[in-house]
Write a protein that binds this ligand. Structure first.
Ligand SMILES: [Cu+2]
Length: 466
């Protein structure tokens, strides 16, 4: 009989609180940098000079209402064009950043050297400006840019793009091969990345990951790819389950408003990633265009009580993790492989709330787990569980590994894991590269049922493990 341990629960629970408080405290404002179409937009100019004194660093206003004031409030109207000149008052290196508007000046070095930034503000709100040189903000170089009343409209949450982990078709089991039609639609949608934060997703069928496709070996699959008329880009689909050039991508490059199709024979059983393969492919994948296709072996897979569909990916935003408001894609961070967010099923903490996985003591669960990437490997682990069976690299024809703690899943790869639940509580799906947990990557498996003190017994020390 297998024994299960859940002594790792407490620490990550605490870590996770940190993640959520970060998200919760940074959700207040919508800094949309665009002209207000209703009102004649004005122009506001300011000069800030850097200063040192009493062990502090600060900005001093020069001229107008802010003259001589330390870290002055910069008051502007909604829709105004704002111009700020930075003057180096003492010779040390400084700069000026207003991250809510993606504004960063060049560095000034040497007394009286200057830098200038100009940008357009959107609606009412209060936004920090500060010196971006390490330590200078903490030393005091920070003030406020106040737009209009300074009171931000609370951002309505953008529509949800999370694919529920139970949203997958049931087993095919024992039927002969047949024709199967698969309909995919490329949909570009600004969706909820975290609370009060949105991201311009590109999706298959409006959710991340795309629909779970389930066929059996020998099936003839007819794929139709529509690209919504509202799309800005062409899209396509490459199935790793396809034998043939581009995995279908050469036949499905689809312009907005158009539809393409092709057929393929599912020759090899396994769990395969599919993804958009329109250049820049990494950008399309990082935006959410990936999913899994399961090709069942003859006779299907062993029966389990629950099957779940989970995929990991990275999101590359210009602003740092936790920044409020609408986010935009960073080509530089994608090229450097330095994501800000790591997510299961498309959004930060997506599988910890309404979409958590649920099961009961005594159940067996199977997780179809894939990595969309585009770049990072996952060290997939379930805190407090041992994976009874791992279909390593998603091979369904090799015998599964048994009794595995953490399993590697490559970018553009998948795995199938199965385990039986012996004790109740909260089990946490993670990538054991655990820094990623603080950037949105965690999912809960909540298990209901009677305690089993023979397997684990004790009193939680702090907080709650379940
Ligand atoms: Cu695409």
């Amino acid at each position: 009989m297998l024994t299960k341990r859940s002594n790792q629960i407490l620490l990550p629970g605490f870590v996770f609180l940190t993640l959520f408080s970060l998200i919760l405290t940074s959700c207040a404002t919508i800094p949309i940098a665009q002209a207000n179409p209703k009102k004649e937009a004005g122009m506001a100019s300011f000069t800030l000079k850097t200063g040192l004194g009493n062990g502090k660093m600060f900005f001093i206003g020069v001229g107008g209402d802010i003259d001589g004031k330390e870290n002055p409030d910069l008051k502007v109207g909604p829709g105004d064009m704002v111009e700020i000149t930075l003057v180096d008052g003492e010779g040390a290196m400084h700069n000026l950043v207003v991250p809510d508007f993606n504004v960063a000046s060049k560095d000034v070095v040497g007394k009286d050297s200057t830098a200038q930034v100009s940008f357009t503000v959107g609606q009412d709100g209060t936004f920090p400006y500060y010196c971006g040189v390490t330590g200078h903000r903490q030393a005091g170089m920070e003030g406020k840019l106040i737009v209009g009343s300074g009171k931000a409209a609370v951002m309505e949450d953008a529509p949800e793009i999370v694919r529920d982990p139970t949203d997958l078709p049931g087993p095919i089991g024992d039927r002969p091969p047949q024709k199967v039609r698969v309909d995919l639609e490329a949909i570009e949608i600004v969706g909820k990345l975290a609370k009060g934060t949105s991201y311009p997703y590109w999706t298959f069928n409006g959710k991340v990951p795309g629909p779970f496709i389930r066929v059996r070996v020998g099936d003839e699959v007819e794929v139709h790819l529509k690209n919504a008329a509202s799309s800005s880009m062409s899209h396509s689909v490459d199935f790793h389950a396809v034998t043939g050039p581009g995995g279908g991508a050469t036949m499905t490059q689809t312009a907005p408003g158009k539809e393409t199709s092709f057929t393929f024979k599912a020759l090899n059983p396994g769990l395969f990633v599919y993804h958009c393969a329109t250049p820049s492919v990494a950008h399309h994948i990082a935006s959410g265009m990936f999913g899994l296709i399961l090709v069942e072996p003859e006779g299907g897979l062993p029966k389990v009580n629950h099957e779940f569909y989970v995929m990991q990916s990275e999101i590359y935003t210009q602003a740092p993790f936790g920044q409020a408001g609408p986010q935009s894609f960073s080509e530089t961070k994608l090229a450097n492989e330095t994501p800000e967010y790591y997510v299961f099923n498309g959004a930060a903490g997506a599988l910890t709330g309404d979409h958590m996985l649920k099961a009961a003591v005594g159940d067996t669960v199977r997780i179809f787990f894939g990595v969309g990437g585009p770049n990072k490997i996952s060290s997939f682990h379930v805190i407090g569980e041992i994976l009874d069976r791992v279909y390593d690299q998603a091979s369904l024809t090799a015998p599964p590994l048994t009794d595995v703690q953490t399993t590697l899943v490559p970018a553009g790869g998948a795995t199938v894991v199965e385990f039986k639940l012996q004790v109740p509580g909260r089990f946490i799906l993670v990538d054991h590269a655990l820094s990623r947990m603080e950037r949105g990557l965690a999912g809960y498996l909540m298990v209901q049922g009677p305690q089993n003190p023979e397997i684990i017994n004790g009193t939680p020390t702090t907080g709650s493990g379940h």
